[in-house]
Design a protein around this ligand. Structure first.
Ligand SMILES: [Zn+2]
Length: 402
């Protein structure tokens, strides 16, 4: 038995597999293609070992070494390691309240060919038929290169059963829906589904602002407000994966009825519908994105007051959650990020007023996501890569969606 980089191995085959996994993960998670020297530093390996690993990954068709463009400096530029052009990919699918979106995500994690199709209605069959056909068309174009499918759902997903329980933005309640089966995907670990906030937070932890940060409170708002807690890069998902439903904490400024059936939920004072209503405009869950955008762009006094009140409600809840989890970073996405950009002082003031006094002079930084609208897709793919990268050989095993 030997130990390499903290990984215990008992056979030469295990050792090779563990080292290939570490090397491929390093290539996958790097911000830009690595040179052999950079890979060696990350792995703590000598040059000869790195050479053997690169050669193995190339032989598996996972990684290719390409000559770097000349920089004008003296000396030969080092070749860089990136995904093989016709290598395996993961397909990501996101089902929002308005649309189904899909992307192809190769090793390296950058989404390609993002395609969006509007939902024809909000009934379960209409939504899933649209998503299934969009996904099938994407898989057809990949001619067997797909190694797994990750789904990000704007709804609550039970991680134990992998079933969707509700999707308030779509008007779905009291469900026990096997979305993966309805999409025609096999019931194995290469097909993953999770709530979009969990997926997005995972993306932030692997390749976004949350990377390397200890405790991160992630909040995403649109129609509704969800979130996730990251501890040292891992999601604190709870018993069933239902943690992070912060929008349903009773932090609301009134006792307005929430889509969940309770009254006074935080999201009824913060989300896009709340902002529209604060400005005296009619909005449904399906028009709220547009109406909220109009309010934010409107310079009138009443619109600015509505933005300020909604931003204060966002800040008050953040203050309470800072007291609860003492994060190193509060990371905002979607409508929460937009609201913060429009009225950050209001958010800060309200957070400081609501948190425990000892946090007041030392609030954690409140920042906005840098991954933007693709975070859900990226995270859905990362949940599949988390499985595949443990054993790079599985990436080369054909996987067929039913
Ligand atoms: Zn609620």
């Amino acid at each position: 038995m030997s130990i390499i980089g903290g990984v215990r191995t008992s056979t030469a085959a295990d050792l090779r597999s563990a080292n290939l996994s570490r090397a491929l993960r390093a290539v996958h998670e790097a911000d830009s293609p690595l040179t052999r020297a950079e890979l060696g530093r990350r792995l703590g390996c000598v040059r000869a070992t790195v050479g053997a690993l690169v050669s193995d990954l190339d032989a598996l068709g996972l990684v290719r070494e390409r000559a770097a463009e000349t920089t004008g400096r003296r000396g030969r530029p080092s070749a860089r390691l990136g995904p093989a052009e016709e290598g395996p990919v993961v397909v990501a699918l996101e089902i929002t309240t308005h649309a189904a979106r899909t992307a192809t995500i190769p090793i390296g994690g950058a989404p390609c060919d993002v395609t969006t199709e509007a939902l024809p209605g909000r009934e379960v069959d209409a939504v899933l038929d649209t998503a299934r056909s969009l996904l099938a068309r994407r898989l057809d174009t990949l001619t067997g290169r797909h190694a797994g499918v990750g789904v990000a759902m704007h709804g609550l997903v039970d991680r134990r059963t992998r079933r969707v329980l509700s999707a308030p933005g779509l008007g779905w309640a009291d469900l026990d829906l096997d979305v993966l089966d309805r999409l025609g995907l096999p019931a194995d670990r290469r097909a993953r589904i999770d709530n979009v906030a969990n997926s997005s937070a995972l993306a932030e932890s692997v390749r976004g602002r949350a990377r390397g940060v200890g405790t991160v409170l992630y909040l995403h708002a649109a129609v509704g407000l969800g979130g996730a807690l990251l501890a040292d890069g891992r999601l604190v998902a709870g018993r069933r994966g239902l943690a992070g439903e912060y929008g349903h904490l009773p932090f609301g400024t009134g006792d307005r009825l929430c889509r969940c059936g309770n009254r006074g939920c935080w999201e009824t004072s913060v989300d896009q519908v709340a902002l529209a209503e604060a400005a005296g405009r009619d909005a449904t869950p399906w028009t709220a994105e547009t109406v909220a955008g109009e309010v934010l762009a409107d310079g009138s006094r009443s619109a600015r007051d509505a933005v300020a009140r909604t931003a204060s409600a966002l800040g008050r809840g953040i203050g309470a959650l800072v007291t609860a989890v003492d994060p190193d970073l509060v990371l905002l996405a979607g409508h929460a990020a937009t609201l913060f950009a429009a009225a950050s002082e209001r958010v800060h003031e309200a957070a400081a007023a609501a948190c425990l006094p000892l946090h007041r002079s030392d609030l954690p930084p409140i920042e906005t996501s840098t991954l933007g609208d693709d975070a859900g897709l990226v995270g859905a793919a990362e949940s599949v890569y988390a499985v595949l990268l443990d054993d790079p050989a599985t990436l080369m095993t054909p996987w067929t969606a039913a």
